[in-house]
Design a protein around this ligand. Structure first.
Ligand code: URA
Length: 208
């Protein structure tokens, strides 16, 4: 699938293995999510548009660059929250917009329960953050919301993807690039990614 980018970076692979390990405690798990989110966002933003900016060094004036477009980070609650901080440190002028979706455990379909987006879009590029692209239901629903809001440049940044979720995104939103640490084998009957890392929300927040 053309728009899926699995990170080739050794640091990402190393940290992913620590994240998968069931013995990894919530504190370390949160730290790894934060670090991996930053590494993956670094890769996902390699094509950001720049504009020229004059700057005075202590010695001379020169032409530098600044980001041209306003970026929005859109964590999908609640597991996406842990990905915000690491990325926000890299781009402190980004806006953070929250969209709350939960997965109905029976239907496995996303239910929207929180959305305070203003009428007009305030950002040009959105990075949707969710560690797990499992069935793809939440990712597709979030892209739907952002497109309705009027944002046209959207990317998804996550940690693990399942072929089922990737296929759904490819079908519904083929132009949205997906940046992941890895693509796993499949979903189990409860919609969890295998081999995966378990419930990314529970493991971050200690609620498992
Ligand atoms: N959400 C999770 O947290 N883990 C999975 O494996 C799938 C969805």
């Amino acid at each position: 699938m053309a728009n899926i980018h699995s990170s080739p970076h050794p640091l990402v692979a190393h940290k992913l293995t620590l994240l998968r390990d069931k013995r990894t405690e919530p504190k370390k798990f949160r730290e790894l999510i934060r670090e991996m989110a930053a590494l993956l966002a670094y890769e996902a933003t390699a094509d950001l548009v720049l504009q020229a900016k004059q700057v005075e060094t202590p010695l001379a004036e020169t032409t530098g660059s600044e980001l041209k477009e306003k970026i929005g980070l859109v964590p999908i609650l609640r597991a996406g929250l842990g990905m915000v901080e690491g990325i926000w440190n890299l781009m402190p002028s980004a806006e953070v917009w929250h969209i709350g979706l939960y997965r109905d455990e029976r239907t496995l379909k996303p239910v929207e329960y929180y959305n305070k987006l203003p009428v007009e879009p305030t950002i040009a590029l959105c990075l949707i953050l969710d560690p797990m692209l499992a069935t793809g239901g939440s990712a597709v629903a979030t892209v739907d919301v952002l497109k309705r809001w009027g944002v046209h440049k959207i990317k998804f940044v996550g940690i693990l993807g399942a072929p089922e979720g990737l296929a759904l995104m490819e079908k519904q939103h083929p132009e949205v690039p997906i940046h992941l640490a890895a693509v796993d084998e499949r979903l189990n009957e409860r919609g969890y990614i295998l081999p995966g890392l378990g419930d990314a929300g529970d493991r971050q927040f200690g609620t498992g």
